[in-house]
Design a protein around this ligand. Structure first.
Ligand SMILES: Nc1ncnc2c1ncn2[C@@H]1O[C@H](COP(=O)(O)OP(=O)(O)OP(=O)(O)O)[C@@H](O)[C@H]1O
Ligand SMILES: [Mg+2]
Length: 442
């Protein structure tokens, strides 16, 4: 069986050495999205990659697929330097990426057309792939006639039909509802174990820690800014795996701890720079987590996976909310344990209006962007500034879309903490009304 071949001496399918990628944000500043990435995938292994949003996972996958070039380092596929896309590499996207006007059969055949496979052989192989992925009978259906899960099956069939040596899956299950995603994931594992799909190695990018533990032989964790491989965790558990087993739970715990631990080197002091990418967390999620944490049975201290379970949040909701709570220092996180700080306890015990005041204080003390906006407002004569001014500053560090996202997170937090106001109509930031009028002076 394929998985038994996983040893460090199995032949490499793909090898990345010192791979770096730089994106230009403004004329003055380049940003290293990936730096010094070394990664080898060997025959017979499934590797899962975890990392925060924006850490460069998709970029790395696109480099491995030959869709974009690396600025530093080298990629070797089957011993040859990779230059552009290669026949033996296929990718499955989160968004399915199907052509709406083509049937299932035609969508699947596309993968082979690009390789110049003759028509009769294309038809036969596409039918086999459609069969293999459980879509028999739907060959002439159009994508819009299919459910999300079935559409993703088409996306997978299109990759499988080429019998790739390397299959890259970028959050392929995350647009699906939980049950559909799990079913498809289990079927992929069964297919892998059977060897029928003839794939040599799979790389899965995921936001879901449990999914990574259930699927992978090895998990790599990417750090952010720049993205580099921060930890590698082998998963030496037999298959099929039971998600409730003690070993799976222990590994999930360990990975939570790794993912929430401060990066060993040059961790930016919490959001000390205005360009820090604030996580997408809304106040109600942060509040719900803090409340849950401070109530019995946790009483202000919990292990993260346990809390996640109780909160009923997915990893990509829980982790940003926990990061946000950590940034404003309402909690501290260490070795996978989350603890309310003194400010966090005070927040928990407070009435709604007081909560806002505590949050506002924590925000000003710990999040540079919020403090910066506030300072600019106080310094301005009219007590207001345009958002373009702040966006322009952020674009020194971030792509325009990311700058907008980060500013909108800061605005959400700042309004809640009543340190500034924002008008969606005019796009202007102002001091809170009572302050401006009363002339506190600050
Ligand atoms: N073409 C581009 N030009 C400039 N910056 C880019 C480009 N593509 C991606 N980036 C930036 O590179 C960083 C990494 O993006 P990437 O999509 O690889 O992250 P990711 O880890 O896949 O995130 P997610 O988990 O949200 O999918 C982001 O800051 C993104 O804004
Ligand atoms: Mg991505």
């Amino acid at each position: 069986m394929a998985e038994n071949m996983t040893t460090s001496t199995a032949p490499a399918v793909i090898e990345l050495r010192g791979v770096g990628k730089i994106f230009r944000t403004t004329s003055q500043s380049d940003r290293a999205v990936l730096e010094g990435v070394d990664l080898t995938l060997r025959e017979g292994e499934i590797v899962a990659m975890l990392g925060k949003s924006g850490s460069g996972k998709s970029t790395l996958l696109r480099i491995m697929a030959g869709l974009v070039g690396a600025d530093r380092g080298e990629v070797h596929f089957r011993g040859q330097r990779l230059a552009g896309t290669a026949d033996g590499i296929a990718m499955v996207f989160q968004s399915f990426a199907l052509f709406p006007w083509l049937t299932v059969q035609q969508n699947v055949e596309l993968g082979l057309e690009a390789q110049g496979v003759p028509r009769a052989e294309r038809e036969r192989r596409a039918e086999a792939a459609i069969d293999m992925i459980g879509l028999a009978g739907f060959n002439s259906a159009l994508p819009r006639e299919l459910s999300g899960g079935m559409r993703q099956r088409v996306g997978i069939a299109r990759a499988l039909v080429t019998e790739p040596d390397l299959l890259l899956m970028d959050e392929a299950f995350s647009a699906l509802d939980v049950l559909t995603g799990e079913t498809l994931r289990d079927e992929m594992l069964a297919l892998w174990a059977s060897g029928r799909a003839n794939i040599r190695s799979i790389l899965i990018v995921s936001h879901n820690i449990e999914e990574a533990v259930m699927m992978a032989d090895r998990i790599v964790i990417l750090s952010s800014d720049p993205g580099r491989i921060r930890a590698e965790v082998p998963v030496a558990l037999p298959r099929p795996r039971n998600r409730d087993s003690a070993q799976v739970r222990a590994l999930v715990d360990e990975i939570y701890a790794l993912m929430t631990a401060p990066a060993e080197t040059r961790l930016p002091a919490p959001a000390r720079e205005i360009g820090y990418r604030l996580p997408d967390a809304d106040i109600s999620q942060m509040e719900a987590i803090l409340d849950l944490l401070c109530e019995a049975p946790f009483n202000c201290r919990a292990d993260l996976p346990h809390l996640a379970d109780e909160a009923g949040l997915t990893d990509d909701e829980l982790l940003p909310a926990c990061e946000a709570l950590q940034l404003v220092q309402l909690v501290s996180i260490e070795a996978g344990d989350i603890t309310a700080t003194d400010a966090g306890r005070a927040y928990y015990a407070a009435e709604p209006q007081q909560r806002k005041a505590i949050f506002g204080r924590q925000l000003l003390a710990n999040v540079a962007l919020a403090a910066h906006v506030r300072r600019e407002l106080v310094a301005s004569e009219a007590g207001e500034i345009g958002e373009e001014q702040v966006l322009e500053e952020l674009e020194q560090f971030l792509k325009p879309a990311e700058a907008e996202r980060v500013l909108s997170v800061a605005i959400g937090w700042g309004r809640y903490g009543e340190i500034f106001e924002y008008s969606y109509n005019s796009g202007r930031l102002t001091l809170p009304e009572d302050e401006g009028a009363a002339g506190h002076g600050v």
